[in-house]
Design a protein around this ligand. Sequence first.
Ligand SMILES: [Fe+2]
Ligand SMILES: [Fe+2]
Length: 174
Amino acid sequence: MTLEIPRPSEGDIVDLILTDHRLFEDLLRELRDVTSDRRRVVATMAELLVAHGEAEESKVYPSLEKKDAIDDDEVEHGAKEHDEGYQTLLPLLESAAVDTEEFSDAIHEFSETLLHHLDEEERDILNPARTDVGDDDRARLGAAWATERNRLLDEGCGSVDDVRRLVREAEERS
Ligand SMILES: [Fe+2]
Ligand SMILES: [Fe+2]
């Protein structure tokens, strides 16, 4: 697969997020494959995970809460699952070897954590966005999220240091 991250600038927020979720699933499959360039896959995963999730937290979750589509429990829960994603991704970024049993176990942990979040977000956050938010607002949210996601990607948001900082901030909050 190509490890180029697509950068749309507009669209329906639900469609845009789902397109990334499929990309996460493809990247996980690529990561499990011992013949792939695992280091590059991990680096791409880190960029996409941070840009996608941080843009959701700053541009999507608060607006959906303001529109009463979701409540603050869902916002907090989503953010907590993003933190768990960073925590389980970090060992993959820090690992010296990518062909060990340990690395394989770390992929499993990360994969379980990420797939769990995609499932919950699609059911508990994207569904109310589909049913309780109008087309125009979903397009406005899509543009705001895409712009922020692209800004983060331009910054190179998924370095080991970035993910370490996100993990540290998560630990300070808990
Ligand atoms: Fe998402
Ligand atoms: Fe998310």
